[in-house]
Design a protein around this ligand. Structure first.
Ligand code: PRX
Length: 700
């Protein structure tokens, strides 16, 4: 592990503050589930073994409709930028919409549930989706001048216009880059500049927790930010949440901003032939946080990505066209792209989208939606499960719905919470998959295969078909199963859903994900390039993986990734702040939360105003999701003699872990001052530090 990850002045990573719960007993999937499951043939693991790699992925590719069939399954000549299904041509919008018309044109593709409960649901049939996608594609091409290969930034919340816009882009071969609606205008502007988008697509406003959010103002900040980074936005297309009077009071800029509703009637009835793109042409970019301040634009392919999300939606999510599938993630994150839009729609599913907060206006909302729509597949994150459990531990029992399948994704889930999900939400009748994956990976990596494996609360499970993980220590030695030792989880082989590169930064791509365990950087053999996921993990005797959390400077807050460097740079823009350090702290609901320690410039006294300014800076530069749990203004940062901030000590204090030996620091006395500030006067009982926990690779 590099020093920035866990060295002398480094952070205490999420994986190291993880609490290791005991091994749980396995629970078999209910027979009613197995009886109807898409995948019950145990031979699948033999078919997807490394001996049959990469040909095994033909099974996934054949779930799609191709304009031209590929000639080469996997081209490794530009390792580690893998090319899948080379020679093949297809269109993602055709695969998600047009091809279902013959059989399913009158079936709901999307059911939209607005947050205000008195507002009617909107069911969009495959036919209606087809019409909307075509008309918008015509507008994007003829009015906005977009063409294959152009990038366009979307900054949209959970409204049906978001998947319509994504699919319209895909129809033209335009690369969409959706920025989560809760991110600030400034964050959006930076992503516009990085991707080189000339067009921004947004909305006037939306509902969040009973409040109307004025969103259009963010577009003005985004355009200004992009301009300051030398990227001009020529057009801003603004959807309206309601027809008529716009929700936003922010004025439209003449010659730049256009309401989509005003122009769309000109394109009524227009049809746009789906553009067949090469399998390796990018479908979209999705920005995510890393160890440096600059977010990374993960570039996903069309053919490989579509094949992988369709295959995993079918076999791991067990989606059949008859199902009512509800993934409560936001489409602004990878989960929504893969498992609300592209995977489910490629399978002709009915995919439910909910605009708002799961507990609005009360703890029963999610279950009322499930009951009313007869949802039978439910997909959410541990943070939401914890929130629902806290708000109404028995609420789900009052509603008459029946889930056959439930997913948890994004963070480790404690067995206690898993059991509540299973018994109360799932009424002990649903199978649960705990899916481990990442923005970069396009789709699931580890999970039980629901019709084949028993579930084990607290463990993601074995790998999904075609994925071959390995846990390495720092020196690249394989850590065996059942050793109780954690290490860095890697994937031995490429897979079609893996991102192709970081947009415009191949070097960073190779360095971050493939360099660590590559023995020969010139090699064109995939066996030499294990994928480094950046997560700590342990493998038990039975082949089930338990994910502990990030090993780098990333904090996974409520299942969303935040780079500590991004928060620290935001704090440093506040005049009074001299130094800032962010550490992960365990949180009952969010899993992990960022805590911030700052020291002020000489002569400046700590007061509430400084704290407020720091929080405002973070919200303005990143978004509300990045708000730290606490901001501590400390007299000085604990430092090594060479002047490095000891984030490890700060994280130990935040997490009531033992701080260990601090006598060699430049300023050891400050540690106790900070401890008292955070934990109070009395001596608090500490948990043993990571040095005493399972060894993390060779590090401790
Ligand atoms: O640390 C892992 C955690 O979330 C990270 C990926 O975050 P992101 O790219 O935002 O994607 C989230 C949705 C896929 C991982 O590096 N993570 C994801 N799923 C799990 C998980 N940790 C434990 N268990 C999971 N099931």
């Amino acid at each position: 592990m590099s020093e920035s990850q866990a060295g002398a002045g480094g952070a205490l990573s999420e994986a190291q503050i993880a609490v290791h719960w005991k091994e749980e007993t396995k629970i078999p999937p209910p027979p009613e589930f197995v009886g109807q499951a898409n995948l019950t043939d145990p031979g699948v693991f033999e078919r997807f073994s490394l001996d049959n790699f990469p040909e095994c992925f033909k099974e996934y590719a054949e779930l799609l409709s191709w304009d031209t069939y590929w000639h080469t399954m996997l081209d490794t000549s530009d390792a580690p930028c893998w090319k899948w299904f080379v020679g093949g041509r297809l269109n993602a919008s055709y695969n998600c919409v047009d091809r279902h018309l013959e059989k399913y044109k009158n079936k709901a593709a999307l059911i939209y549930v607005p947050e205000p409960e008195d507002e009617a649901h909107v069911a969009i049939t495959y036919r209606e989706l087809y019409v909307r996608v075509n008309e918008l594609a015509a507008l994007l091409r003829d009015f906005a001048g977009l063409k294959k290969g152009d990038r366009v930034t979307l900054h949209m919340p959970m409204v049906p216009e978001l998947p319509v816009t994504m699919l319209a882009c895909a129809r033209l071969g335009v690369i969409h880059s959706e920025v989560f609606g809760g991110f600030s205008g400034k964050s959006c502007g930076e992503r516009i500049a990085d991707s080189g988008s000339r067009v921004l697509i947004t909305i006037d406003g939306y509902w969040r927790s009973g409040t109307k959010i004025d969103h259009k103002g963010n577009a003005d900040i985004a355009v200004e930010t992009a301009e300051s980074l030398d990227q001009t936005v020529e057009k801003v297309l603004v959807w309206k949440r309601y027809a008529g009077e716009p929700l936003s009071k922010t004025p439209m800029v003449e010659g730049r901003d256009y309401f989509v509703d005003d122009i769309l009637p000109d394109y009524r009835g227009r049809r746009v032939d789906p553009v067949p793109v090469a399998a390796e042409d990018p479908l979209f970019l999705m920005y995510t946080s890393g160890t440096t301040g600059r977010p990374k634009g993960c570039q996903h392919s069309t053919g490989g990505y579509m094949a992988y999300v369709t295959g995993t939606s079918k076999y791991i999510e067990d989606i059949h066209p008859e199902d009512v599938y509800w993934c409560m993630a936001d489409i602004g994150w990878i989960t929504g792209h893969s498992y609300i839009v592209y995977g489910p729609l490629a399978l002709a599913a009915t995919s439910v989208m909910y605009e708002g907060v799961p507990t609005y206006p009360d703890a029963g909302r999610a279950w009322r939606i499930a009951e009313r729509l007869d949802v039978n597949i439910f997909h959410t994150a541990p943070t939401t499960i914890r929130m629902l459990r806290k708000a109404g531990p028995d609420e789900a029992k009052k509603y008459n719905y029946r889930f056959k399948h439930m997913t948890t994704v994004g963070e480790p889930i404690e067995p206690l919470v898993w059991n509540w999900y299973h018994q109360v939400v799932g009424k002990s009748q649903a199978v649960i998959v705990d899916t481990w994956w990442q923005t970069e990976t396009g789709g699931f990596l580890c999970s039980t295969t629901p019709g084949l494996h028993p579930m084990k609360p607290g463990s993601a499970g074995p790998a999904v078909p075609g994925i071959h993980p390995v846990i390495f220590d720092e020196d690249g030695n394989e850590i065996p199963s059942g050793s109780g030792i954690a290490g860095n989880i890697c994937i031995r082989n490429p897979w079609p859903g893996a991102f192709q590169t970081i947009w415009g930064d191949r070097e960073r791509f190779v360095e971050t994900y493939y360099a660590k365990y590559c023995k020969d950087p010139k090699s064109k053999d995939w066996r030499d390039w294990p994928y480094f996921a950046g997560d700590g993990a342990m493998l038990s005797d039975d082949g089930y993986y338990r994910i502990l959390g990030r090993v780098d400077d990333v904090i996974n807050v409520s299942g969303h990734r935040l780079g500590t460097k991004e928060l620290e740079s935001a704090a440093l823009t506040v005049d009074e702040v001299a130094e800032a350090a962010v550490v992960p702290v365990a949180d009952d609901v969010k899993g992990r939360a960022p805590e911030m320690y700052v020291s002020l410039k000489p002569g400046i006294a700590a007061d509430d105003q400084v704290e407020k300014r720091i929080v405002t800076a973070i919200e303005g530069m990143i978004g509300k999701i990045a708000r730290p749990k606490h901001v501590y203004i400390v007299p000085d940062m604990p430092k090594t003699r060479s002047g490095k901030i000891m984030r490890r000590v700060l994280a130990a204090i935040s997490n009531t872990l033992d701080v260990g030996d601090v006598t060699t620091l430049a300023n050891p006395d400050v540690v106790e001052d900070i401890r008292v500030m955070v934990q109070g006067e009395g001596k608090v009982e500490t948990r043993k530090g990571p040095e005493d926990l399972e060894r993390f690779g060779q590090e401790t």
